[in-house]
Design a protein around this ligand. Structure first.
Ligand code: CTP
Length: 416
């Protein structure tokens, strides 16, 4: 299990799925135990959830559990007389904004590929209006079953038929073997479902984001850093990914979970961050510098721990200035030619507008996002001020994820 899934779950804004109606289909597999938690998370995010189970799924978890968590009776038979017209496959599929099969067994994938209709869940998948009701599939099976050509062939066909395959996790399996084929964790599936509904305003873009503090070594056990938590940058990486971009996140030392689908490069010092950014900026179309990069580093990091000598004398540290990563990238040929849109952040403690305007001009970027550093470092909420050459737009106090989505929408507007 991903040790950071609780962090992932807590970063999901409540209400992300408000107004959405999801049919959650369970098929036979030990991963059904995770579907109880998934159902709870979907409901917590604001969705109404209608659970449909195959007969095999009811061998692993009871409909009673799923009814209690979804607050709706579970359907498992195509002959369910509770529906006045006796057509649950039509009624349930017409009401849905999305059908999510989790877990989806190898057998059920084969059924979907063949268009089988001998039980309710595959029947309603076939009966769904394909243009308005997307089908998302979270496979779960033994690693040998997963890599078998029959499964891979079926998956390719299922995708070609319009379903979205959410991938699988890797690790220890219920059978005792280790490999690919575990169902993704509930928090990961929630993140995928939430992302699915976000507008794809950055489709085709390649976004590079820096996040977190940097750490400048004094000696092997001490260093200089700052209070940045990285949460704003991670939220921006997630929002950009949700908007359909390919995202690379260059992260300073923080213990945050990587957003789904984001490529992460961990760095420590400002110099490490500069090299990673320069390398990845070559392919990027948007650069968002959220990191609180240390302005100075000790001129010489000692090879060994600096010891007290008993006299009370303190070490005399000399500092050198770190290269300004944002300004360096903003002055590159790609930025000048318009191939790379650069966005800076300003962490200020006062005079936000004036400081942000001055910093935007100094860094040579079209857009700079101001925030009050001491008020936001480590918090889940923030307020932003978007400053360009002509205007300043306030994004009022909200969760960092909400603000990140607003910023992404603003950037998408500017580059379109
Ligand atoms: N930045 C950077 N490299 C640095 C310093 C800052 O890329 N060596 C970027 C930050 O990621 C941010 C912007 O520049 O996007 C502004 O950072 P901030 O710390 O607010 O300002 P500084 O440039 O350090 O200026 P000052 O300390 O004077 O406020």
């Amino acid at each position: 299990m991903n040790p950071n899934t609780s962090l992932l779950a807590s970063s999901a804004a409540d209400g992300d799925l408000a107004g959405k109606h999801i049919v959650l289909g369970l098929t036979g597999g030990i991963a059904c135990y995770k579907s109880a938690e998934l159902c709870r998370l979907l409901v917590k995010a604001g969705a109404s959830v209608q659970v449909v189970m195959t007969e095999a799924a009811t061998q692993f978890i009871t409909p009673v559990t799923m009814q209690a968590l979804s607050n709706r009776p579970v359907y498992s038979s195509q002959w369910d007389a509770r529906e006045p017209n006796n057509m649950p496959h039509i009624n349930l599929s017409r009401e849905a904004d999305l059908i999510l099969i989790a877990p989806c067994s190898a057998d059920f994938i084969a059924r979907l590929v063949q268009g089988r209709t001998d039980e309710l869940l595959s029947l309603l998948c076939l009966a769904r209006p394909m243009t308005s009701v997307p089908l998302l599939v979270a496979p779960a099976m033994n690693r040998e079953m997963w890599v078998h050509p029959a499964t891979q062939r079926n998956m390719a066909q299922l995708q070609a038929d319009g379903a979205v395959i959410l991938g699988v996790g890797t690790g220890e399996q219920a059978c005792g073997e280790t490999g690919d084929g575990r169902m993704l964790e509930p928090a990961e599936l929630l993140e995928d479902v939430v992302a699915f509904f976000q507008p794809k305003t950055l489709a085709g873009q390649r976004v590079l984001v820096t996040a977190g503090p940097t750490y400048e070594a004094i000696d092997p056990v001490r260093g200089i850093t700052n209070l940045s938590s990285g949460k704003m940058g991670f939220a921006i990486a997630r929002a950009a990914r949700e908007a359909g971009a390919e995202v690379t996140l260059v992260a300073g030392p923080v213990a945050l979970a990587t957003p789904r689908g984001v490529a992460r490069v961990d760095v420590k010092s400002a110099q490490n961050m500069l090299s990673a950014v320069v390398q990845h900026a070559q392919a990027a179309t948007i650069f968002i510098a959220t990191a609180a990069v240390a302005d100075w580093r000790p001129a010489h990091a000692a090879d060994h721990k600096i010891k007290k000598d008993g006299s009370g004398a303190t070490p005399q540290l000399q500092f050198v200035e770190n290269t300004d990563i944002l300004a360096t990238v903003a002055q590159s040929a790609r930025a000048f030619s318009g191939a790379l849109f650069c966005v800076g952040f300003a962490a200020e403690s006062q005079d936000l507008l004036a400081n942000a305007q001055a910093k935007r001009a100094r860094k040579g970027v079209p857009l700079l996002v101001g925030n009050i550093g001491p008020a936001t470092f480590g918090q889940d909420h923030n307020a932003l001020l978007l400053v360009d050459a002509h205007h300043a737009i306030e994004l009022p106090h909200a969760s960092k994820l909400t603000l990140a989505r607003q910023l992404v929408a603003d950037i998408a507007n500017r580059i379109s």
